[in-house]
Design a protein around this ligand. Sequence first.
Ligand SMILES: Nc1ncnc2c1ncn2[C@@H]1O[C@H](COP(=O)(O)OP(=O)(O)OP(=O)(O)O)[C@@H](O)[C@H]1O
Length: 753
Amino acid sequence: MKINKESSKHLDDSQKKFESSMNYNNIKSTENICYNDINGSVNPINDINPNKTSIKKEAIKITFDTNKNQDLAENMENDDISEDELKNENIEKEEIESDDNDSENNKDELPQNNEDSHYEKQNMLDYKDIGSTKDIDVPPLLIDQVIGHEESVETIKKAAKQRRNVLLIGDPGVGKSMIAKGMAELLPPEVLQDVLVYPNAEDSNNPLIRTVPSGDGKRIVMANKSTTKGYEEKKLIVTMILIAGVLALGFIYRTQLLFAILAALFIFFISMQIKPKNITMAPKLLVNNSEKRFAPFEDATGAHAGALLGDVRHDPYQSGGLGTPAHERVEPGMIHKANRGVLYIDEIGTMTMKTQQELLSAMQEKKYSITGQSENSSGAMVRSQAVPCDFVLVASGNIQVLEGMHIAMRSRIRGYGYEVFMKDNMPDTKENRKKLIQFVAQEVKNDGRIPHFSPEALDEIIREAKRRAGKKESLTLRLRDLGGLVRAAGDVAKEEGANLVHAEHVLTAKKYSRTLEQQIADRTIVQRKEYAVFNPEGGKIGIVNGLSVIGDRSGLMLPIAAEAAPAQSKREGKIIATGKLGEIAKESVQNVSALIKKHTGTDISLYDIHIQFLQTYDGVEGDSASVSIAAAVISAIEEIPIDQTVALTGSLSVRGDVLPIGGATSKIEAAAEAGIKKVLIPRSNMTDVMIEKKYEDAIEIIPVDTLSDVLENILIGCSEKNSLIKKMKKISSAVADKVPKRPLNACDMPSKS
Ligand SMILES: Nc1ncnc2c1ncn2[C@@H]1O[C@H](COP(=O)(O)OP(=O)(O)OP(=O)(O)O)[C@@H](O)[C@H]1O
């Protein structure tokens, strides 16, 4: 086993942070920490550390143990650690300790950081004190159930008070529609109105509109109905008497029977047509708010023009006065139903410009006439008086939605309201974990079919929220997805007849609730292995195992091949990249050429360099493959093989520094799934790593800072590799500064720890 000294200090930080995330206190060292696994057996913390690799175990000991040398000596016995390495470890330890001391001394300078770490160590999560989520009170108001968007909620409360429009921009499932619904609860319900539509005696195609306080509309229509009922009963009796009389005469005068039947039918038909004035003038209740406790909330997402703006139904019997009166065919739109309430439109940019324009004029005028939306329908002849539609618009979508949004609409929201950008994660603090627990309690209550969650199950949910955040010290706010896991875990527990959801139910649910992208990624890995697109063994020139992300959080192996051929053009060589590259990916390919020239001294203008993203039919975007591209190209030019047991990811700056990327955890998991033994990731991503327990022993995670770190870890071949690294050091002083102080590793094949 080899010790990666570079990573030890970093691991120290990661370990401390992870430890605190696990809600363990009263510990003297990491060795005291145990947890129960699915099978109920007690395991040391090393087994649940996401950053844990064989190397990291050592690093942790170095960090926490007082008898370090003794441990190292033990490790030497168990593993192949040389005395030199032991010395280096001592130096490393001293460095770590002095760093720690430094940070102690810098306490005053860095109050925030130290406060945080102190806080992480000292505070216990309160949720261990609760029996289950049953003990958690769910706030009655929806707006108070919104987790993690305190600033947005404040803005919404302000907007509700002043009846302002709001534009919510954020990722799917972060609670935009929930906030909009919550806003409706904050608007005063006592000012609601009902809307009635009456026929217009002078112009039947222009029905009249009347607004009354909410509840009155229903009363007026009911009163009218009871009058109508009495009249209809009387009319029926008279009609029956007349028909009976005529038929009786027909029977008396047998020869006239046929006439009598025809006369009876005629009487029946006429009586159907007779309607006194008070009935023909009966109103139709267009908007009924009588039952509403809160201001109305109308979700008009994806509504077509008729549903949004109101419509008048077609009547094939319009001519001759035999059809349904125009006012009875008038149908309200969502803008009218949302009067004095909230009209919510998700993905507003997908609405046609015409509909957005109409919506805009409705917002400006606060009233909007209803007319038939189809030009070929008789409804288009009808136009009601203006119907009130004084709503608060809450529009939402992701950032791209702005492109499809009518410019005047956006300006109107900005001028008379607020624009809110919603977060997709929140800091991992005690307070926020409590909020997540409240979220689980809410989801259980709202679902109504699943059992409550035990503290260990909550622990597992919080850990998953941390993983899904994909960012250090953060918890995800994509709570719709997390709610899916809560429900799936509840279903598993229910199936087993458990009274509470336990940690093992959450773990089982995680298997069932894999996203489509995760399933596709799994299948792609199997396929690529089958067809030998990549093979995690040995070394190959110009082929590197890159890593990418599909969907939200699914990693995928991205094999990249590079080939360098003498330039065909005398003036300069070309970089030719294939595999459906997006703009950012193309730019990163260009940047790599500058880097290679600068850092290896090779004039790549002498070559035509072909870079292929193997089997990427869906395209590649982002620059997180730039490190991989650089490694593949350097390997191709210098003809030094690349270790195929290693995968890597990272964005390369033009100075050769490896910069952080997104989706570190899922990329590492994808690499482990593909049988990769080592993965190189940017050092600054180390604290983001929260890999699943099952991958912990399968893969070694190595943090890298610079391109030379990458090459050191990925190239195979003793003399060529060393001379390349030396050349790089010599050529670029910038790189030389970044090269680690430690001596070069002995050249060897990758370790199989
Ligand atoms: N911040 C949050 N606090 C509490 N629950 C949340 C939050 N975000 C999402 N949820 C849960 O997820 C569900 C779906 O959220 P919601 O529909 O509001 O998301 P959205 O941002 O509007 O998504 P989309 O843009 O896809 O419509 C909510 O009903 C709630 O159960």
